[in-house]
Design a protein around this ligand. Structure first.
Ligand code: NIG
Ligand code: FE
Length: 406
């Protein structure tokens, strides 16, 4: 039974208490057995039964739960660097999309890629995410946008779950935009999603969640309600891309249907946020997307004070957030969204796990939970997020196995 000692600070990130309460322990020890944590606490209180176990030295570093990136669009073909430059020169994200760029362009590039190419590329991203301390990643489809290619993206995620270390949580985002071939037949596309793909995906357990992009250029609240109700009836959880580019009732809908999370929310109404607080819907903030699209950051400080649990994720995708650097997103959540470092960390661990329905298994360091943890070269959480570096991660353990060490 291995144990880790000489930990300057260990942030357990247990769920109870306020978002800023990460239940940190100074001079801590951590004991695990196989895939599971057995004991965590102050080193002087280590029970005698564990004293003879194999000892690892944390070198006076910081230990946190494995980070959980609860919103990514991981598998896609191509990039869109030219659109990044066009936006800098004044074209809007919506204008670029209306001219055939944006999501539809990535759809074309994704359809052109082979399944092994998509697997290979996404596993490269996952390797780098793991090296940053990210041990669980939610992965959305949404660049296939027809039967064959949406199912293929979900199969890519199934393959990735089997061949590499990062835990994968797949989400069906067939309702990302209406694809060009259905431009004059929205009803036909909705029927493909509701009557064919959702039942098929649920039957084959290809996704845990169904997500809908509620936006003028994508789907209406009424369409999203139908889609999410159908998904829930089939056994999938509900998520939403809500109020990203305009205020459209997405936050209110998330509360109404009992979604696990509503994500983005740059333009959400106060009433929508209050409804989410009452319904226990996690608000997933995506500071990289706000930054890249030049939008005002979300007022996370106010939301937390109003009782909303705020997660932080990357939104990694080739358009609005072409980076999977979750620690960078945490620093941005502090500087731009006015979250404290502790609140940001809880937002990328136990609260992110809650946004994936996995808070019983991952996201905190306590007996009985998965032994997913990260050793960082920092004295404490505040210092780690304040002194932003390319990578402060020294070791990563997933399910009790050491997968990275420098
Ligand atoms: O989360 N908002 C919709 N979807 C993505 C952007 C996808 C893209 O631009 O390719 C997002 O920001
Ligand atoms: Fe997204």
């Amino acid at each position: 039974m291995p144990r880790l000692e000489n930990i300057a600070q260990l942030a357990t990130c247990r769920a109870e208490g306020a978002q800023g309460d990460i239940h940190a322990i100074a001079d801590a020890a951590l004991v695990w057995e196989g895939e599971t944590i057995r004991w965590v606490g102050p080193r002087p209180a280590l029970p005698a039964e564990y004293a003879g176990s194999e000892r690892f030295d944390a070198g006076g570093g910081l230990v946190i739960p494995g980070l959980v990136d609860c919103h990514t669009h991981l598998a896609f073909g191509g990039w869109r660097a030219d659109e990044f430059e066009q936006r800098i020169l004044g074209r809007s994200y919506q204008e670029i999309a209306a001219a055939g760029g944006g999501i539809a362009r990535t759809m074309r590039l994704t359809r052109e890629a082979s399944e092994p190419e998509l697997v290979e590329r996404a596993s490269g991203f996952l390797r780098e995410m793991l090296s940053l301390g990210v041990t669980t990643v939610e992965c959305k489809s949404g660049y296939g946008l027809d039967r064959e290619h949406e199912l293929r993206l979900l199969r890519v995620y199934r393959t990735l779950a089997g061949i590499q270390t990062v835990r994968i949580v797949p989400t069906f985002l067939g309702a990302h935009v209406v694809p060009p071939e259905f431009r004059d037949d929205r009803a036909g596309y909705l029927s493909l999603l509701i009557d064919d793909l959702i039942p098929c995906i649920a039957r084959e357990r290809l996704a845990a969640f169904c997500d809908v992009f509620v936006e003028r250029s994508a789907f209406t609240v009424d369409e999203a309600r139908r889609l999410l109700r159908a998904a829930q009836a089939a056994g999938l959880g509900a998520k939403l891309h809500a109020d990203q580019l305009s205020q459209g009732g997405g936050a209110e809908l998330a509360a109404e249907v009992g979604a696990v999370s509503a994500d983005h929310l740059e333009c959400a109404s106060e009433a929508g946020i209050s409804a989410m607080a009452r319904a226990d819907v996690v608000a997933v903030s995506l500071p990289l997307a706000s930054l890249y699209l030049g939008q005002p950051p979300v007022p996370a400080r106010r939301w937390i004070e109003a009782g909303v649990a705020v997660a932080v994720a990357t939104d990694f995708n080739p358009g609005s957030a072409p980076s999977y650097h979750l620690p960078f997103a945490l620093t941005l959540a502090c500087t731009l969204q006015r979250m404290t470092p502790a609140e940001a960390l809880k937002g990328a661990t136990i609260i992110a796990a809650q946004a994936l329905g996995l808070a019983g298994r991952i996201g905190s360091l306590e007996p009985g939970k998965a032994a997913d943890f990260v050793l960082l070269d920092a004295p404490d959480v505040t210092h780690w997020i304040y002194h932003f570096r390319p990578n402060a991660c020294r070791s990563v353990v997933v399910g009790g196995a050491l997968v990275r060490s420098v």
